[in-house]
Design a protein around this ligand. Structure first.
Ligand code: 48H
Length: 281
């Protein structure tokens, strides 16, 4: 009569609709598994692997993807966006200063200048998070969410990729071996803890390009200093290993700045520009 093979493409010779209704569940599963597998397989080798999907990383990802660089973000949480969503103390507004407004405009994010503080703009943090995510993905960056980076690939004294596992595996403490992704460059966008640079120091025993060769540690709040240092501290700390956003500030001992995000956005731009230059060499 007729054979149905849900893994290959299906053929419905006679009562097509009837058969379709019996196999649609498997059609959905098959489509998801095949498309995810293809997305994952085709991103096992990257130009740039970014750890963390916070604001600085999302700007870097879009800028890299716009330049034709093959880039993917690996984000521990289900929802990328990092510390953007909650604004300041869960009041879901953030502030961005004039210098970074051009980046908001690139992503189509609305903003309003403060009448009592010219040069500073407020914006909706939910609009910002969602627009940054959409902008990065739409430009061609891939985001693998609920994926935690637990280690780095370290070959010939260079950082050459990431060791990844599902976040639920990490959270439940399951003894499940990870998989790997190779990349020419790794960008640590993990925010305050600088998790990837920390791994490089603790496990690979590398000397970072800092005054001590180690992580200096974040300093307390000083808004304008922190904003400037976030951008200054965005750089390559070890061959193949860059840091952006709060991670860069933590590595180089910069000040924190609270819910003002211009420095994060500009740090993402700078990281992408430095990596593009490196990839050209
Ligand atoms: C996968 C990981 C891992 C891992 C962490 O903190 P973020 O929002 O990142 P930034 O630096 O772009 O933005 C910082 C900003 O949100 C902030 O905190 C500010 C401005 N603070 C100022 C202040 O004074 O406090 O996002 C980092 C992301 C998060 O989504 C993590 O889940 C993710 O990285 N992440 N993902 N594998 N090992 N570690």
């Amino acid at each position: 009569m007729f054979q149905i093979d849900p893994v290959r493409h299906m053929r419905f010779p006679e009562n097509e609709e009837n058969i379709m209704s019996q196999v649609v569940e498997n059609t959905i599963s098959d489509a998801i598994i095949r498309n995810f597998a293809e997305k994952f397989r085709t991103n096992l080798t990257l130009d740039v692997a970014i750890v963390g999907g916070g604001p600085s990383a999302l700007v870097a990802a879009k800028t890299l993807a716009d330049a034709g660089v093959k880039v993917a973000i690996f984000e521990r949480k289900l929802a990328p966006g990092g510390g953007t969503w909650g604004g300041g103390m869960l009041f879901n507004e953030v502030v961005v200063q004039d210098d970074a407004i051009y980046i908001l405009d690139e992503f189509g994010i609305k903003h309003r200048e403060l009448d009592n503080a010219p040069g500073y703009h407020t914006l909706d943090s939910v609009e910002m998070a969602s627009a940054l995510i959409y902008g990065a993905v739409h430009a061609g960056a891939k985001i693998f969410n609920s994926v935690s980076v637990e280690d780095i690939v370290f070959r010939d004294e260079k950082v050459g990729g990431l060791v990844i596992n599902w976040t639920p595996v990490e959270r439940l403490g399951m003894h499940v071996d990870p998989l790997t992704v190779l990349s020419k460059c790794v960008l640590d966008g993990t925010g305050h803890p600088s998790e990837i640079i920390r791994l490089a120091v603790d496990k690979a025993k590398v000397q970072l390009d800092t005054p001590t060769g180690n992580i200096l540690g974040e300093r307390p709040m000083w808004v304008d200093k922190g904003e400037a240092s976030t951008v200054e501290n965005t750089k390559e700390y070890y061959p193949g290993l860059f840091a952006c956003g709060m991670s860069a500030n933590n590595v180089m001992g910069g000040y924190r700045m609270g819910p003002i995000f211009g420095g994060m956005l500009m740090s993402g731009k700078k990281a992408a520009d430095l990596i593009i230059e490196k990839l050209k060499k």
